[in-house]
Design a binder for this molecule. Structure first.
Ligand code: AHR
Length: 551
């Protein structure tokens, strides 16, 4: 082994280690991970592993919804393969119908007999990407074939909670209350409950999670934070509960915009209005600017999903890891307004966003291929959420199928899973477990960023414990170096056994296609147990999960 400079990349960067003497590490290991079994950060909300489905491009039409008359295997029109795979990874919550679409959507258009539902212009019809659409494509002219009842069935079949995003820009507050009434009023109690019964569900849907607008600083109304606060008060005052513990999610900042957060909560404070149902503050952060500092232009800053070099590989992670700073900063500011910490962060849109051109079908607006690089970015993001389990209450990957950072690609009867799906499969073990403090140390990775040296942590991850099972997940972004990693569990427990799996490939561009659906898939990884230590060789460009059974 070469002499290397080791850098402490603690899960609490810069923080002093929260324990006394360090264990003696083996001199031959390239990286070390110390898991502190007695230091819980908090319970990892299963909802952190949520998904996002917008009425956009191929997400719903061609993705989730194939129609009841389709020859594609379906359950009441919903693609069966998606439902089965969502169950496999225990998707806890699904957000719908947007995104930007939500603030143009009238929920009444999507209920009742399908043949009577109106066709409307979809929010995305004028997106530059929509120029590819031909004729009366449903992606441009929304038929409303998939509405509230279909979405509820989709959630029910998938085992997920629904999270509805309401229209704050173009519908009055009364319609928000009425949507809640349609979904939640008891069987037979109201006209809308009777309508719901006619539409297939006498029993209420008991929807708990309600987004109050989406991106209200942008497509959701171009509001100032104070204006949004006024609308928020109007929308959320005296919404009927019907015995359901409603959980409202406020439309939070893009990126790390602290002025938006501050302006909104200051305005609520001035009115002494802080509803107990306000449990979430949304954050949207996409990793899109891969220009390495050359521009901040939304179009010019984007790069290709498939065509990238080594610097492009590392740059995605450098940009994506900014999520940790956002979580810390937004949480810090929230604390000034909500000292009792009733309000958690809800990162309900995240993932890589590339320039158009790699979509699997022209109707898949904002569609892009998903490579091993995106799997590492997603894993790093989920590890951040795990490490900040006391701060992040819910999240949603954007978006489930045929879009940005997708888990599934479908077209007509074809269906495949992507490397991002495999990450959610591996990481499902963290859901509901106690997040543990863990310290990762390894040599940094170096690359040239527009001719200037840049560095990244050499190994990142998170750990959790449920009963006698410890789960450790780790990403090795290094394209060349495998890392012989020594893992020590600090605490009184003994290791009974361990196993590991890994997602990797020798080609950083590796991805699945309809022709090669399993080009990237999970493999077993050897783990060696010696006393209270584990040794595992973590390959370059990989995501790993190590599962430890305690005695
Ligand atoms: O996920 C695509 C779009 O990105 C969403 O509709 C919007 O909320 C965000 O800007």
């Amino acid at each position: 082994m070469n002499r290397r400079r080791f850098l402490q990349t603690s899960s609490l960067a810069g923080a002093a280690l929260a324990f006394g003497a360090r264990p003696a590490w083996s001199a031959t290991a390239d990286a070390h991970v110390e898991v502190l079994l007695d230091e819980s950060i908090g319970r990892i909300a299963p909802e952190i592993y949520g998904q996002f489905t917008e009425q956009l491009g191929g997400v719903i039409y061609d993705g989730v919804w194939v129609g009841e008359d389709s020859s594609i295997p379906n359950i009441h029109g919903i693609r069966k393969q998606i439902v089965d795979r969502m169950r496999q990874i225990h998707v806890p919550v699904v957000r719908w119908p947007g995104g930007c679409f939500a603030d143009s959507y009238d929920w009444r258009d999507g209920v009742g007999a399908r043949k009577d539902r109106p066709t409307r212009t979809n929010f995305w019809a004028d997106d530059p990407d929509a120029a590819r659409l031909k004729g009366n494509a449903v992606q441009a002219y929304e038929t409303n074939a998939f509405g509230t009842d279909e979405f509820m069935r989709f959630c029910h079949l998938s085992g997920a909670e629904p999270y509805l995003a309401s229209n704050l820009r173009s519908l009055p507050a009364l319609e928000f209350s009425r949507w809640v009434e349609y979904c939640n009023s008891p069987a037979g109690s109201t006209t809308l409950a009777k309508q719901r019964a006619t539409n297939g569900s006498a029993a209420p849907y008991d929807v708990k999670y309600w987004g109050v607008g989406n991106e209200s600083w942008g497509c959701g109304g171009n509001f100032e934070p104070e204006e949004y606060a006024e609308e928020f008060r109007r929308f959320t005052t005296w919404v009927p509960h019907y015995g359901v513990p409603l959980s409202f999610v406020g439309s939070g900042p893009n990126d790390n915009n602290l002025e938006w957060t501050n302006g909104f909560f200051e305005a609520l404070r001035r009115k002494n209005y802080m509803p107990r149902e306000l449990h979430g503050w949304s954050v949207h952060y996409y990793t899109w600017n891969l220009s390495m500092g050359a521009t901040n232009d939304w179009v010019a800053g984007k790069r290709d999903a498939l065509d990238f070099d080594e610097a492009g590989w590392y740059e995605l992670f450098l940009q994506g890891l900014y999520m940790e700073e956002i979580v810390r900063a937004q949480w810090g500011l929230l604390g000034e307004f909500d000292p009792s910490r009733n309000i958690k962060l809800v990162v309900d849109e995240y993932g890589a966003w590339y320039k158009p051109g790699t979509q699997l079908d022209p109707t898949h607006l904002l569609g892009q291929q998903v490579t091993l690089r995106d799997a590492l970015l997603t894993a790093m993001t989920l590890d951040i959420f795990n490490r900040h389990a006391e701060k992040v209450g819910m999240a949603a990957c954007a978006q489930l199928a045929n879009c940005l950072n997708s888990l599934f690609f479908t077209h007509e009867d074809k269906f495949i899973t992507t490397p991002v799906f495999h990450v959610f499969d591996m990481y499902a073990a963290h859901q509901g477990a106690q997040s543990l403090r863990a310290n990762f140390s390894s040599p940094q990775v170096h690359y040239l960023r527009n001719g200037k040296p840049a560095t990244l942590a050499g190994l990142l991850g998170s750990a959790s414990m449920r009963g006698k099972i410890v789960t450790l997940t780790a990403t090795n972004p290094d394209l060349k170096q495998s890392k012989l990693t020594e893992i020590a569990l600090r605490g009184s427990a003994r290791i009974a056994s361990a196993e590991a799996s890994v997602l990797t490939d020798t080609d950083m561009h590796a991805h699945n296609t309809f022709a090669q659906p399993d080009a990237v898939q999970l493999k077993k990884l050897a783990v060696d147990v010696q006393g209270d230590r584990l040794h595992v060789t973590i390959p370059p460009a990989s995501v790993s999960r190590i599962t430890v059974q305690l005695a």
